[in-house]
Design a protein around this ligand. Sequence first.
Ligand code: NAD
Ligand code: ZN
Length: 372
Amino acid sequence: MKNVPADMEGFLSHQPWWRTRVPTEIIRSREGVGELLRRLERENRNPFFVVDSVLLNQPVFASLLGQKALYLFDASASEPKTGDVDTVVSMVKSASKAHDVVVGIGGGATMDLAKAVGICLANPGPAQTYQGYGLDMKKGADIWVLPTLSGTGAEITPIAVLRGPEKKLGINNPYTAPSVAVIDPGLTSGVRKYNRFFTLMDCYFHHYEIVNSRTSSEDAVSDARDGLSLSRNILMSGVGEFRMDNAVRSSMVSILGGSSTIGGRVGAAHAISYGLSNSGPALPHSVAVTISMLALRELYPEGYEDTVSFLRGNGMEVPKAGDFGIGAKDVEKMTKTALGMEKLWQSCFGDRWKERATEEYIRGIYERIVSL
Ligand code: NAD
Ligand code: ZN
């Protein structure tokens, strides 16, 4: 990618940098909160806001406090659960005047909650019945997002990842994609280093795995190649302090993560991470993928080396599954979960994936992970 902007001016005037066709209208702004509220007003919308509760302490988000139709989600306590979706859906439905847009403001967790609420509004079952792929669902309310943490690409993807009573799995449906995303890199200034680092790591892993995928489209791989070098540059430069140049580049690489996910698919590190997440309710997704990549040195040598240098270069401790209560007792269950991630193994190994992603192979990876 040439002439990557390092400041807000450059970001606002840069040509679109993604190749994949995305259904989301991407609005770049230096004043995201105001821009979003003005646009809702101009279009005479009746919004329902889903906002990460941590943001209310930050003055730049103060105008959201006055919103009447508001659900505060504590993303630091847990990733979104199917039960959270059901709770918010019934709140939205109980309003006297129907809400026509659900607005998600926060990181991937809060945006995913808003996205799931948006689609579930038009579908009668509890949210857990829609976890999966290719299910027949109706379009719900429009979904708009304002990301406050960059990296997941959730501002673009047609996926809302949820923890359900049985499994952690997304609602994967075109009607889950946001129709509008307002992107203001400055809104990420309050993020703690730990979150900025690990969410960017997840971004790096998405790009790395899509570049190495055997089933991803050409455009997706091209976007992921750009995303790989951009996320690598940011992580090498150090993410300790908030810097505007890195914030701009992180917003851009996050969008590439979303666009490359539309025609692309991640691989083994994400498959392994889902087993870990199912056995570790408090384990954040981004940390789960990092732990997985550290156990895949033979399969993904550059990904492994990069992960080690990013951790070291940013002064971060190497995360361990044991810190999240995951141990030998969980190996069988995790193996079963990961074995079920067929599309991801196929993405990693191609059509003859069953010969490579065997039960023994996967069990061996988890045994390595819990022994560290
Ligand atoms: P997050 O949304 O879980 O937020 C991490 C932490 O940062 C939370 O404590 C949150 O309160 C805080 N935070 C967010 N914005 C902040 C700000 N501006 N200032 C201060 N603190 C702030 O983190 P994430 O990594 O963005 O999202 C992870 C979630 O996204 C997981 O649930 C994962 O499964 C999901 N995910 C979804 C997709 C998708 O395509 N839908 C892709 C990857 C990951
Ligand atoms: Zn991920």
